[in-house]
Design a protein around this ligand. Structure first.
Ligand SMILES: Cc1cc2nc3c(=O)[nH]c(=O)nc-3n(C[C@H](O)[C@H](O)[C@H](O)COP(=O)(O)OP(=O)(O)OC[C@H]3O[C@@H](n4cnc5c(N)ncnc54)[C@H](O)[C@@H]3O)c2cc1C
Length: 545
């Protein structure tokens, strides 16, 4: 991916399709469209996956809670959503096996009756998952549950129901989709904010006006069709094109907190089946930490980044603690993050937690703007397929969708054990080799080569994490990392797992990026100070001393 090349193409070419927003939805649409032979531009006002798509619970799932609601309320829309999620689950796992993996989840229960209820429910969940090879659910004894998650409180535990879903590194998965689209010929760029449109005499969109927020330069990207994939920000773009459109989005805030891995001391995740506000909460091992989430509250300030606050921190700890033998101390909290669900509602009276997570495609007849609204990570490919099918209809074409069989960047010839060969070939520790393989897949050798060619870059960024200095260089040269946050929050996931260590490694990352991107000393200082101030704001917001 080469940003200057893409910017030149935006000035010189006319595209079939310009996609606004490079989260899961926009990246998925770009790959689908380019594989069908369309000439595609993909732009985002910030970084790829910088909004909701890097701040999810990271589950590839049909949603056990949605299944429960579907049966309790005889809600067929929820049932369809579960079926779609489970149909897509195995494709998400198969197409980027380095970034997505099966995840075992334990549901602890406090009575025989509760165990039976969840066993029947999860057996139904299994039955919806046709075409996939994940193990089926199992009802386990108390001893078996404690063997798997030793930190649970034996006094309150009767038994547990184990089931499987998928887990992905959401930000890197999105990046792999963008990289794949780019490798197929799409022009992609981050930090391109759409601020207007050009229309022809009949009012149809013919070009997108965007500003490169890094340089301040303006671009007019000509395109026959514009697709709006801006998730929770979709109303802004819809109304920018046609102010007469009614608002559709009901964004809802969800936060997660990160605790040390010893909280569960397990590779198994846990589903807390009932919270005080009638939802489910997960405790999931992720990147050497235990991630707890999420909340669900209406959020109207979409222009402000949703941050973890003191009340949410207390709520998540209070939800988890009754299950643990030793309650978590809030002082152990390492970090947290918030995201906005792009929920859709025609009924302002409904609570956000009852809204279906399904997607909808809207064609504004007046301007020709196509908007992909709602949805979830798990179904991103299906959402993209439905959107580009609609684009096909607009172009009077019938090009087949082939994304179900398209292996994403880094997933080619991937073998779970190949980290061993990487470790031997490049004299890397097992920890580093495993990390590189799990993030870059079949391209891990390219990062290892940078480290081998310069011993300074073979050093780790932090003694506590397997991240190498070489990854900063690779991220800038190959993955279009432009800011410190691009690297620390999304190319590696340190910002979301450990705020204090993020601050510690910041000067080194800044100096490596400054050299690669030819920043002046003044710019390096400014980038460092701004990002450090943001992390300090997160720490203060969550009242972490
Ligand atoms: C707390 C939480 C937990 C979740 N957990 C899960 C889960 O476990 N599994 C699951 O399947 N789903 C989950 N989801 C849902 C899933 O994360 C989202 O549905 C999905 O990421 C939305 O992707 P998107 O591309 O539509 O939106 P986004 O990822 O928000 O992307 C929209 C993009 O548009 C860009 N943009 C906005 N305005 C402009 C503009 N003017 N010009 C250019 N670009 C612009 C933004 O910068 C952004 O990158 C969760 C969501 C939340 C909030």
């Amino acid at each position: 991916m080469n940003r200057p090349d893409s910017l030149t193409r935006f000035n010189n070419e006319e595209f079939d399709i310009c996609i606004i927003g490079a989260g899961a939805s926009g990246a998925g649409c770009a790959l689908d469209a380019v594989l069908r032979g369309y000439k595609v531009a993909l732009i985002d006002k910030k970084d790829f996956a910088s909004e909701t798509s890097s701040r999810s619970t990271k589950l590839i799932h049909g949603g056990v809670r949605y299944l429960e609601q579907a049966f309790k309320k005889l809600d067929f829309a929820q049932l369809k959503q579960v079926r779609h999620g489970l149909e897509e689950r195995h494709i998400v796992l198969k197409n980027a096996p380095h970034l997505a993996r099966p995840l075992a989840l334990m549901t602890p229960v406090s009575s025989w009756f509760e165990g039976l209820y969840f066993k029947i429910g999860l057996q139904l969940y299994d039955a919806f998952a046709i075409n996939d090879t994940l193990p089926k659910s199992k009802w386990l004894s108390k001893k078996e549950v404690l063997d798997k998650i030793p930190t649970l409180d034996p006094k309150k535990l009767h038994s547990g129901v184990l089931y499987y879903d998928g887990q992905l590194d959401d930000a890197r998965y999105c990046l792999a989709i963008v990289q794949s689209a780019s490798e197929q010929g799409a022009a992609v760029a981050n930090y391109m904010e759409v601020n207007g449109f050009e229309k022809n005499e009949s009012g149809k969109l013919v070009a997108v006006n965007a500003v490169d927020t890094r340089s301040g330069n303006n671009y007019t990207i000509k395109a026959k069709l514009v697709i709006n994939c801006t998730g929770p920000f979709a109303d802004h773009i819809r109304l920018l094109a046609n102010p007469a459109l009614p608002e559709r989005l009901r964004p809802s805030k969800g936060v997660h907190v990160m605790l040390p891995a010893k909280t569960l001391n397990s590779e198994y995740a846990m589903l807390i089946p009932k919270t005080s506000d009638g939802r489910v909460v997960f405790a999931i091992p992720f990147e050497g930490a235990t991630m707890i989430g999420t909340t669900d509250t209406e959020y109207n300030k979409v222009s402000e980044e949703p941050m973890l606050n003191e009340e949410e921190k207390q709520y998540l700890a209070a939800t988890l603690n009754p299950y643990l033998a030793k309650p978590v101390e809030l002082s152990e909290l390492r970090s947290g993050f918030g995201g906005l669900r792009p929920l859709l509602s025609a009924d302002p009276g409904k609570s956000t937690k009852s809204l279906v997570r399904d997607h909808e495609i809207e064609l504004d007849e007046k301007t020709g703007l196509l908007s992909l609204l709602g949805g979830k990570w798990t179904t991103y490919r299906l959402m993209a397929k439905d959107t580009i099918d609609e684009a096909d209809a607009i172009f009077s074409q019938q090009k087949p969708c082939i994304t179900d069989a398209h292996i994403l960047a880094g997933g080619e010839h991937f073998d779970r054990e190949s980290w061993r060969k990487l470790a031997t070939d490049f004299a890397l520790s097992d920890e580093v080799a495993r990390h590189l393989m799990s993030k870059y897949g079949s391209r891990a050798g390219k990062v290892a080569t940078i480290a081998r060619d310069n011993s300074l870059l073979a050093e780790k960024l932090s003694p506590e994490y397997p991240y190498l200095k070489a990854e900063v260089v690779y991220a800038v040269r190959t993955e279009m990392a432009v800011t410190l946050r691009d690297f620390l929050a999304r190319r590696v996931r340190m910002e979301i797992t450990d705020w204090k260590e993020t601050l510690n490694v910041l000067p080194v990352v800044a100096s490596l990026m400054a050299r690669e991107l030819e920043w002046t000393e003044e710019q390096e200082k400014k980038e460092l100070a701004e990002y450090a101030a943001l992390i300090q704001k997160f720490i203060a917001g969550a009242q972490l001393a």
